[in-house]
Design a protein around this ligand. Structure first.
Ligand SMILES: [Fe+2]
Length: 424
C-alpha cells in the first residue's frame, strides 16, 4: 500500500543510530535496521528496527511441503470442486493454516489452497510472493513482525512476501477456521485503475483507505507471553526445483522473531473485509471487472457481494453466456442462497472452474427465472487467471465429476428450470 504508516519506536532520521535506553553515560545497544522493499529498491518499502540481527540463523532443514504437484485440466471440462469435503473433523484437529493447506488449483502465477484448522501454525514466511488469505468462517489472531490482527469471517488478509507471521485459530467459536489461500508469485494490490498516480484510492473505487485495517502497534515476544530469547523455527516457502517451482526450508533462530520495536513505510500487511466492498450496479448487467477487489501478476480477484441488481425495465439480472477467451475463471461460493442453482450441484463451499476455451453461463431456466428479481444475496470470491489452471491434489480429491453435464437437460446434474443465480 502506498499509505505511509509509522508504528512504535523509530529514530527521527532513517539510517542513523537508534539505540535501546542506556545506563548512565553508557549508551544502549544499537537496534538493527532492516529494509523490506519491493522491486529491488525501486518500489514500496518499510524500515524495521530489530533487537537482533535479522539475518541470524543457527540451523536449516528441509521442509517437506504438502503435495504441490498439479494435473492439467485435460480433456477440457468445467468442474465443480467441493472444498468442504477436504477436511473431516479429525483432520481439522490436527491441521494448521500453514503446513496443512491443501493445493486445489495452481499455475505458474498463483496457487489456490484451502485449510480448515484448529492448530496454531508455526512461524512462517512466503518468500515467493504475496498471500491473500480469505477467511470463510471462524476467527483467528494473525501475529506478524509488523503487529497483530484479529480476523474473522469475510476478511481478506494481505501479507506481503517475506513477512514472518503465524496463524492462531480461536477455538471458542462455533465454526472452525476455514481459509481460502491465494498465493501469488508476485505482489497483490488494489486494481491500478482505482489508484491515483501516487497510490491513493480514487472516488470511483469500491473501497477506500478507511476500510483497510493496519497493524495498530509493534508486537514483541513479551506481548504474547513468550521469551525474547526463545529459540524459534521459521518455515520458509521459496523458489526451487520442486513441483510448481516451490520448495520449503525451516530456519532455526536463536531468538524470538517478534523483536521489531518499531517500523515505518508503505509496505506492511493489512486486512479488508468483503462487507466493506461497495458494489457497483447499473440499469443493465455490469461486467465482472466492476467486482474486482485486488490484482496480482496475470490474475485478478473479484467478489460478488449482496447487491441490488440491474433495474432497466427489460433487464436480465443474470449474466449473458460468456467465453473468457483469455482466462480461466474460478468462483468460490461462500454464502447466500444457492438453492437457486439446484441442479448444478453448486452450494456453499463449492468452487466452479470455468476454463478458457469453453463458454459458460446460467444453468437452463435461470435466465427466465431471474426476470424481475431485484436483489442477489450471494457472496462469492472469484479468481481469474490468464494462464490455465491445473488441478492440485486437493482439487482432484473433491471434483464432483458431474458439473460438465449441468447445462444438458435430461443428463445427470442437468439444469433446474426457474433457477436464478448471478455470476459464474
Ligand atoms: Fe463467468
Amino acid at each position: 500500500m502506498a499509505h505511509y504508516q509509522a508504528v512504535g519506536n523509530i529514530p527521527p532520521k532513517r539510517h542513523t543510530q537508534h539505540r535501546r535506553p542506556g545506563k548512565g553515560r553508557t549508551p544502549g545497544e544499537l537496534y538493527y535496521e532492516e529494509l523490506m522493499g519491493e522491486e529491488g529498491f525501486s518500489s514500496d518499502s518499510s524500515l524495521l528496527y530489530h533487537r537482533n540481527i535479522p539475518s541470524t540463523t543457527i540451523g536449516a532443514a528441509v521442509w517437506e511441503l504438502p503435495d504441490q504437484s498439479t494435473t492439467p485440466n485435460h480433456p477440457l471440462v468445467p468442474r465443480h470442486l467441493k472444498l468442504h469435503d477436504l477436511f473431516d473433523a479429525k483432520a481439522v484437529r490436527d491441521t494448521d493454516v500453514v503446513t496443512g493447506r491443501r493445493l486445489v488449483l495452481g499455475n505458474g502465477d498463483v496457487r489456490i489452497s484451502y485449510a480448515v484448522a484448529a492448530q496454531a501454525s508455526p512461524w512462517y514466511r512466503n518468500g515467493i510472493g504475496d498471500e491473500c488469505v480469505y477467511v470463510e468462517r471462524g476467527k483467528a489472531r494473525v501475529e506478524t513482525v509488523f503487529g497483530a490482527f484479529e480476523v474473522g469471517e469475510g476478511d481478506y488478509v494481505i501479507i506481503p512476501r517475506a513477512t514472518t507471521h503465524r496463524w492462531i485459530p480461536k477455538r471458542s467459536t462455533k465454526d472452525p477456521l476455514r481459509v481460502y489461500c491465494i498465493e501469488a508469485n508476485s505482489h497483490i494490490a488494489p486494481p491500478k485503475r482505482y489508484l491515483s498516480k501516487y497510490g491513493q484510492l480514487l472516488e470511483h473505487a469500491p473501497y477506500c483507505e478507511r476500510d483497510l485495517r493496519q497493524p495498530a502497534g509493534p508486537l514483541l515476544a513479551e506481548d504474547v507471553g513468550e521469551r525474547p530469547d526463545e529459540q524459534t523455527e521459521v518455515y520458509i516457502k521459496h523458489r526451487g526445483n520442486g513441483p510448481g517451482g516451490v520448495v520449503g526450508t525451516v530456519h532455526t533462530l536463536p531468538f524470538h522473531p517478534l523483536d521489531v520495536v518499531g517500523w515505518d513505510g508503505c509496505l506492511y500487511p493489512y486486512v479488508f473485509n468483503v462487507r466493506d466492498f461497495e458494489p457497483i450496479t447499473g440499469r443493465i448487467h455490469q461486467p465482472p471487472p466492476v467486482h474486482q477487489v485486488f490484482e496480482g501478476w496475470n490474475f485478478v480477484i473479484c467478489n460478488f457481494v449482496p447487491r441490488k441488481v440491474d433495474y432497466h425495465p427489460l433487464a436480465i439480472p443474470v449474466p449473458y453466456y460468456h467465453s473468457n477467451v483469455d482466462s480461466d475463471e474460478i468462483m468460490f461460493y461462500v454464502d447466500g442462497d444457492y438453492e437457486a442453482r439446484k441442479g448444478s450441484g453448486i452450494g456453499k463451499g463449492s468452487i466452479s472452474v470455468h476454463p478458457g476455451g469453453h463458454p459458460h453461463g446460467p444453468q437452463p431456466g435461470a435466465t427466465e427465472g431471474s426476470l424481475g428479481v431485484e436483489r442477489f444475496d450471494e457472496l462469492a470470491v472469484m479468481v481469474d487467471t490468464f494462464r490455465p489452471l491445473e488441478l492440485g491434489e486437493g482439487g482432484l480429491a473433491v471434483d464432483d465429476g458431474r458439473y460438465a453435464a449441468s447445462w444438458s437437460k435430461g443428463l445427470v446434474g442437468g439444469g433446474d428450470p426457474g433457477a436464478a443465480h448471478s455470476e459464474g
